[in-house]
Structure formats: C-alpha cells, structure tokens
Ligand binder design. Structure first.
Ligand SMILES: Cc1cc2nc3c(=O)[nH]c(=O)nc-3n(C[C@H](O)[C@H](O)[C@H](O)COP(=O)(O)O)c2cc1C
Length: 119
C-alpha cells in the first residue's frame, strides 16, 4: 500500500506512475498494513501538518518515505519533510524528487516497493 499526501497534485501524479494500491492520507486515517509514505514539503523544509498528525499514530507500519520538493528552495530545505520524517521515525528516505520527478525516480520507488513494502 502507498499512503500519500498532495496539495497541488504533483504527488498524485507520481503515484499515478506506480503500480500499487494507493490511498490519500487524512490526519485521522488509520492504516493496518505495511505501507510506503509519499509526501510533499511545506514551509521551509517542513512536514505538512496533516502528515505530521497521521504519522503520530501510524508510523509503526511505515516502511519508508518518498518526498517531493522544489529544488529552487535551496539545498538546506529541498525535500526537508523527507529528511525530518526519516530521522524522527528511523525509516529509510527512499527517494527525493524535484516536483514530479522522472522515470528513474518511478523505477527506483517501484523497485523499493516490490522488495520492501509489498506482501
Ligand atoms: C507554501 C509552499 C511551501 C513550500 N516549501 C517547500 C520547501 O521548503 N522545500 C521544498 O523542497 N519544497 C517546498 N515546496 C514545494 C512543494 O513541496 C512541491 O511543489 C511539491 O511537488 C508539491 O507537491 P504536491 O503538488 O503534491 O502538493 C513548497 C510549496 C509551497 C506551495
């Protein structure tokens, strides 16, 4: 399962390039299967509030995080939500994508999903 958060649609597009079950996250969603989290970055390298709330009660089944950001924000905050979530919950940062990313990113995510999340 993929659980994702999107505001302007880039993450939804990324998910559409993958062959997996996917569900859009809400702050109070409860997930009971292993999943990969895909999120965007907010503020200055921050975790979106709804993702922060969701992870408080669902982090134990999260196998990894993929983040989308905008590299124009600069190296220190680019995709910062992914760095923060990875550190907070000791989960691998699978991939950092610039906006919608590219086919190489989708292949890497799909491969991680098949080997570490599915099943
Ligand atoms: C208000 C605002 C703040 C943002 N802050 C950051 C940031 O600090 N770092 C970053 O890498 N991207 C930042 N972004 C870019 C988004 O994370 C990026 O466009 C992402 O692809 C959006 O995904 P979505 O279309 O699924 O919502 C910001 C975007 C907005 C609108």
């Amino acid at each position: 399962m993929i659980v994702y958060a999107t505001r302007t649609g880039n993450v939804r597009y990324i998910v559409s390039q993958l062959t997996t079950d996917a569900i859009e996250l809400t702050a109070d969603l409860q997930v009971d299967v292993r999943y990969l989290l895909i999120t965007y970055t907010d503020g200055l390298g921050n975790i979106p509030a709804k993702v922060e709330q969701f992870m408080k009660h669902n982090h134990n089944l999260c196998q990894g995080v993929v983040v989308s950001g905008n590299s124009n924000f600069g190296h220190h905050v680019f995709g910062g939500a992914g760095d923060k979530l990875s550190q907070m919950y000791h989960i691998p940062l699978v991939r950092k994508l610039d906006l919608r990313g590219n086919q190489k990113d989708y292949d890497a995510i799909q491969s991680f999903y098949e080997s570490r999340v599915k099943g």
